[in-house]
Ligand binder design. Structure first.
Ligand SMILES: [Ca+2]
Length: 154
């Protein structure tokens, strides 16, 4: 096992002393995190902004975790060009397996619940960005999970 992460953690601890240092180890690599504890000399609290993965890192993590070696990228028809957003569907899969990781990438979209009529309200769009009308988040989630049975996870 690679012990490099221990050296990186020790190095970080020495730099931060007398404050507590903190970090996470992901796949053998040490990632520094900020300590946001009120009493950082005796306690630690990881800043969640430091260990949250961006969207594609998260998608790739779950694809790798599930050993999904194949990727299909499907452009969804832009049937509502007036919303100024469009979609690509990324499906990670493996032959001879029902396991999938599906990601809908909305280009120019906001931080929205896509397809919701409420997401078109002026103030919602003002604060959260553009809605998309090629997909409906509710429908995609339900359709995805209906492919599986609870007994699949025993
Ligand atoms: Ca569109």
């Amino acid at each position: 096992m690679n012990e490099d992460f221990k050296l990186k953690a020790e190095e970080h601890a020495l730099e931060m002393s007398p404050r507590e240092s903190c970090g996470v180890v992901v796949e053998g690599k040490y990632w520094r995190c900020r300590n946001i504890a009120a009493n950082a000399e005796n306690d630690f609290c990881l800043d969640p902004r430091d260990y949250a993965m961006n969207t594609m890192d998260s998608v790739n993590y779950w694809a790798k975790h599930n050993q999904l070696s194949e990727l299909e990228i499907q452009a969804i028809d832009d049937v509502v060009p007036s919303d100024k957003t469009y979609v690509e569907k990324f499906t990670f899969y493996r032959n001879n397996s029902d396991t999938k990781v599906v990601h809908f990438k909305i280009y120019n979209g906001g931080h929205q619940w896509f397809g919701s009529p409420i997401a078109d309200w002026f103030l919602i769009k003002l604060f959260l960005g553009k809605n998309n009308h090629e997909i409906n988040s509710n429908k995609e989630l339900v359709d995805f999970f209906l492919q599986y049975k609870l007994s699949d996870f025993n």
